[in-house]
Design a protein around this ligand. Structure first.
Ligand SMILES: Nc1ncnc2c1ncn2[C@@H]1O[C@H](COP(=O)(O)OP(=O)(O)OP(=O)(O)O)[C@@H](O)[C@H]1O
Ligand SMILES: [Mg+2]
Length: 260
């Protein structure tokens, strides 16, 4: 569906000067980021640069000390309630012992469609089956989530977003510990969703994957240092800035991870 002029001017994600502290730790310091509909944006930054905190701020899971976030013009809480936003958390942030099956997690994406009863109907079961099919996890529907491989865990959460019909997808390191086949499956799904108008923000340490996957990229170091094309973000001088390296080391890093 083509955006109408009224909705076209509202960014899919608008992070405006967001500052977040955890106690004395300053995790985000006036971070600002606007993403348009239908774009895939890669989020790059060193460990502790605030990537997960940015995702949690967009989801409304941490409350900024200053600044604001909107998703398609709505507050994070409104966007969560209406099901337009979905989140694949970093593995470390999930309780994998929780007694939920793959199908249960994907069905959670349908809660917003079910009303108060939370009783799945045929349409919900079909949406879950379709999402599991698309991430190639039909055979694992009844497996407890802790008993999955890293790639299967990621695909389970991607399936939840698909079943939900989310138009804004946030993925925190979906390629960590994932083999090339799972990575390719996830990349193809994300590109398909973006082609249908979804907006995707995806953090990754796999710089090699960026130019193929993303339309644009962001370098984060508590604030947005640079928002541009993947090629621009991967320039050694820019990586040096974000990763606190000298340019020569960053050139080796970018040459090693990003084929010419
Ligand atoms: N719950 C918390 N309590 C205290 N400090 C925290 C908490 N979560 C994150 N931090 C701190 O906030 C800063 C940003 O952390 P965040 O997890 O957002 O970084 P990140 O870019 O996602 O890192 P990584 O690449 O390792 O996942 C870090 O200094 C981290 O130690
Ligand atoms: Mg993180």
């Amino acid at each position: 569906m083509r955006p109408t002029p009224a909705t076209a001017s509202v960014p899919a994600i608008d992070v405006d000067s967001v500052t977040v502290h955890y106690g004395d730790v300053l995790a985000l310091d006036g971070a600002s980021l606007k993403l348009e509909r239908g774009r895939i944006c890669g989020l790059v930054g060193m460990n502790g640069s605030g990537k997960s905190t940015l995702f949690k701020s967009i989801m409304g899971l941490v409350k900024p000390d200053a600044g604001s976030v909107t998703i398609g013009g709505a507050t994070p809480a409104q966007a969560r309630r209406s099901g337009v936003v979905s989140y694949v958390p970093q593995s470390e942030d999930v309780d994998w012992q929780f007694p939920l099956s793959v199908q249960d997690v994907v069905m959670m994406g349908r809660y917003g469609h079910m009303g108060m009863s939370r009783r799945p109907r045929k349409a919900d079961r079909l949406a879950v089956a379709d999402a599991l099919e698309r991430v190639d996890l039909n055979d694992f529907a009844h497996r407890q989530i802790g008993q999955l491989s890293g790639g299967q865990k990621k695909r389970t959460f991607v399936a939840r977003g698909i079943a939900q019909g989310a138009t804004t997808l946030l993925l925190d390191e979906p390629f960590a510990g994932v083999d090339k086949r799972s990575e390719a499956t996830i990349c193809a799904l994300l590109k398909g969703l973006a082609a249908d108008g979804a907006t995707v923000l995806v953090s990754t340490h796999d710089l090699h994957a960026l130019p193929d996957l993303a339309d644009e990229a962001v370098l984060l170091m508590r604030r947005v240092l640079l928002h541009g094309s993947p090629d621009e973000v991967l320039r050694p001088e820019n990586l040096a800035l974000a990763f606190g390296l000298d340019t020569a080391t960053a050139a080796v890093m970018s040459a090693a991870e990003v084929p010419a």
